[in-house]
Design a protein around this ligand. Sequence first.
Ligand code: NAP
Length: 289
Amino acid sequence: MILKGRDIAQAQIPLLRQTAQNIQNQLQIPVTLHIVSVGDDPASQVYISMKKRKGSEVGIHVEVHQLDKDTDQKNIEMLIAHLNQDPHAHGIIVQLPLPSQINKDTILNMIHPLKDVDGLSATSQGLLIQQNPTLVPCTPLGCLHLIKEVYPDVSGKTVTIVGRSCLVGLPLSLLLIQENATVTLCHSKTIDLKKHTLSSDIIVMACGTPHLLTEDMVSQNAVVIDVGISRLPSGEIVGDADFENLYQRVNVITPVPGGVGPMTVLYLLHNTLKAAILQNNLSNISTIK
Ligand code: NAP
């Protein structure tokens, strides 16, 4: 079966729209996400316009702060400090990658924990490790949602995640461990990747290496969640799994594009609503469970 994240995400839009409306009714201002963008990376511009489009579908106002590629660290820090104080700014994200003159971690760690809707600050990640998360990175939340479409209870399932970044693999491993799955976290130094993937119920590919997961590396019952996005020299966008040769062999696989990507945007909007709820103690309003 092909698990289409795009359709699953779209089905959640009415709930998010209702939640955004409920919050706006109480606060008398629209929920607002602020995106800090530095430079003109073409892929980043595509992602930003997608976030704006889906935001307006839900009723979340998305404001982009476009800074010059030569902007210095101080300028970005001043902007984040201002947004941290602004009660009209419910969510703040810094579009990555940042130019080389900028210290990414310093910037991410400055974002107020209740506005950190990408969940990438040290505080947000630390709270996740302590099993007391506030705002969790969006792609892992999207992956977990997709996995639960197949296995509502992942307790006891074996999961191999390929990729250990703070953005995807590492936080997803924590979420799955907290749900009592048994997780193997692989990376570029892993010896014999196939040994791990072949014996896993669930495989999450998040390494950015096109077509790394091939037919001989999976069991027929496997559920494959493909996070990877790579552009081939031909211009084609592909994932980390060899989709063409896998989709008829495995139990479930997500496509690229149209799989994890739309779920990531969905959970960014969810996190923005959750941030507005937390900042204003609106405990009577809920968003996606
Ligand atoms: P990243 O920070 O570059 O991390 C890549 C991870 O993959 C690292 O842990 C690396 O190992 C590991 N790796 C690289 N090559 C490998 C190989 N041949 N075998 C095993 N492990 C390997 O990347 P990221 O930010 O996590 O993103 C990963 C992919 O997901 C990219 O294609 C990105 O575009 C995509 N992505 C998609 C979404 C979405 O919404 N669909 C969101 C975020 C990212 P080491 O740690 O040893 O270097």
